[in-house]
Design a protein around this ligand. Structure first.
Ligand code: SAM
Length: 214
């Protein structure tokens, strides 16, 4: 059951995101309904509907709502699509994807975050497939995916993730150095051909793993 608490603040956040250029009504509807405050420590609840990233422990963050909205919008989701998320973190982005009707697979490298998000997503009634592992190599057992979203900053685009994209599928991934990254959208046009667009600048925590930062 999703809570009505902070509903006014969620409505205001949606207006802020709209003003910042988010157009996808399904993304905005998901953000309007998901209690973001429950994904952070109760000491931070009053700040949960500001458009800012917040700490979730282990030097990690729940991404800024604008970033979540923008990455989700770039996936161009439709009901029933199969989506792989790298970096479950708090589980918030995963909840947004589930709320939009995607079949979600999500990987987190930190065991405590993996366990906490699994429990919380279950409490909210979402049923994604989750695992604790290095997501830079994807999750080949369930590939191919219609969308892959990476919620940590990568030095390069991991080849394994490109290989696990369905034809027509999109990989949304921030790529750059440790201080700033640009959002890359890679579309698989055919088995061999990929189209790559480089969009706006962001600042993410690092993607650490075999095909990420060492
Ligand atoms: N989607 C998350 C949310 O809604 O809270 C964002 C979390 S944070 C910005 C990025 C997450 O990526 C962190 O929890 C971090 O531990 C995780 N991460 C970094 N490298 C990873 C890897 N190779 N595989 C899986 N998770 C990774």
């Amino acid at each position: 059951m999703l809570s009505n608490r902070y509903q006014k603040q969620r409505n205001n956040l949606v207006e802020v995101l709209r003003e910042k250029g988010i157009k996808d009504d399904q993304v905005l509807a998901a953000i309007r309904s998901i209690p973001r405050h429950t994904f952070v420590d109760s000491a931070l609840w009053t700040r949960a509907y500001e458009d800012i990233a917040l700490p979730i422990g282990l030097d990690q963050t729940i991404s800024q709502p604008y970033t979540v909205a923008r990455q989700t919008e770039l996936l161009q989701l439709r009901q029933g699509m199969k989506v792989l998320e790298i970096g479950t973190g708090s589980g918030y982005q995963c909840a947004v994807l589930c709320e939009m009707g995607a079949k979600v697979y999500s990987i987190e490298r930190h065991q405590p975050l993996h366990e906490r998000s699994r429990e919380h997503l279950r409490e909210l009634g979402y049923r994604p497939m989750l695992k604790c592992d290095d997501g830079t190599v994807g999750w080949s057992a369930y590939a191919p995916y219609d969308g892959i979203v990476v919620t940590a900053g990568a030095p390069v685009v991991p080849e394994s993730l490109k290989e696990q994209l369905n034809i027509g599928g999109r990989l949304v991934i921030p790529v750059g150095d440790s201080s700033t990254q640009h959002m890359h959208v890679i579309t698989r046009v055919s088995k061999e051909l990929f189209k790559e667009d480089v969009l706006d600048g962001f600042k993410f925590v690092p993607l650490i793993g075999r095909e990420g930062w060492r």
